[in-house]
Design a protein around this ligand. Structure first.
Ligand code: NAD
Length: 326
């Protein structure tokens, strides 16, 4: 709670400042080890006359009350596809944080910032176990909100020396590469997906692709592939050969039911859930090994979990409180 006793409001710019990648990756690692209650997310369809249906998505999670502080959070995401025609953002999101011992409302935080930053941070956390320790070349596939944060997240866990960026729209790739250069990275756009994939130590995709971008035949020994995009069974960023050639890891079991990258090979019999090497929580706790061989091809598929939102929301709130108290 703020010093005045009412919930604090953490806007876009403040939320980004309160979620530095190093601290966020550390908080996520601890949260995956500790665990929390994550019920199924709720999808509600909202009829908008004369437009495509909208969706209200609710993602709750909470820590059981324990000694010291404990937290409960809900992310609300409104997806209004008809907004595009009106020049309005199609997605609006807020994160509400509460005390899980009393229910007291502690903070309202920009939900988009929570989502994009925790997503890039979760991928970097996974890569800290799965990519080669000497990985320096990062290929970013996509140039949207999440993709733009991937280099910052990855350079927290690996000594990234060069970044290449591909996007379905080459102007977006060039724009992101310019922005990354301004952030002090050696970055350039790449127009050839295959060349970028063959060049990279780490390939990280954050797109809306519905057909495979990354081909298994392009994967070099020792590469780590990170798939953030596909979140429905009809979407995918990799082909069946990429899954077959890789040791597969996931952030949460929902990936087997939601992500086309895994759902489609499971349906065809080419991949089984039991083939998955480990969940992120087991990598974080040390219960499962990550990369064991420099030549191994590893692949991490994330669909996102409310546990990550709670870890990020709690970190932003605590850092806000600590800086306000000074
Ligand atoms: N795993 C998670 O936890 C998690 C969290 C947030 C977002 N996401 C997913 O990550 C992806 C990117 O999210 P964002 O917020 O950066 O979106 P965004 O709209 O900002 O960016 C989307 C990117 O995809 C590209 N793109 C669009 N259509 C494409 C196609 N057919 N083929 C290849 N590229 C295409 C766009 O050019 C852009 O670079 C989305 O699929 C989103 O659902 C996943």
């Amino acid at each position: 709670m703020s010093l005045s006793g009412s919930p604090v409001s953490i806007d876009t710019a403040m939320a980004a400042r309160l979620l530095p990648m190093k601290e966020l990756i550390g908080a996520l690692r601890a949260a995956f080890v500790d665990g929390c209650v994550v019920p199924a997310r709720h999808h509600h369809t909202i009829t908008v006359p004369g437009e495509a249906d909208a969706t209200l998505l609710l993602m709750p999670s909470w820590q059981e009350k324990r000694d010291g502080e404990s937290f409960l959070g809900v992310k609300l995401v409104n997806v209004f596809p008809g907004n595009a025609a009106k020049g309005l953002p199609g997605l609006t999101s807020s994160y509400l944080l509460f005390d899980s011992g009393t229910g007291a409302h502690l903070a309202t935080i920009d939900g988009n910032v929570i989502t994009t930053r925790r997503t890039a941070a979760v991928s970097a956390l996974a890569a800290s176990f799965l990519s080669r320790e000497n990985a320096t070349r990062l290929f970013v596939v996509g140039a949207g909100r999440v993709a733009s944060l991937i280099p910052d997240a990855y350079r927290t866990v690996r000594a990234i020396a060069e970044v290449r960026v591909w996007d379905i729209n080459p102007e977006n790739a060039a724009g992101l590469a310019t922005q990354l250069c301004r952030e002090g990275l050696d970055a350039r756009p790449e127009t050839d997906l295959e060349a970028g994939t063959r060049w990279a130590d780490i390939v990280s995709c954050a797109t809306l692709a519905t057909t495979p971008l990354i081909r298994g035949s392009w994967l070099q020994p020792g590469v780590h592939v990170d798939l953030i995009g596909a979140f429905t069974p009809d979407m995918r960023e990799s082909d069946g050969e990429a899954i077959a050639r890789s040791d597969v890891f996931v952030d949460a079991d929902e990936a087997f039911h939601e992500a086309g990258d895994l759902v489609q090979p499971i349906r065809s019999g080419a991949f089984r859930q039991e083939d998955c090497r480990a969940r992120l929580r087991d990598l974080c706790s040390g219960a499962a090994a990550g990369r064991t061989d420099p030549a191994q091809v590893t692949l991490f598929k994330a669909v996102g979990t409310a546990l990550s939102d709670l870890a990020a929301g709690t970190l932003a709130y605590k850092l806000y409180r600590d800086t306000s108290a000074q």
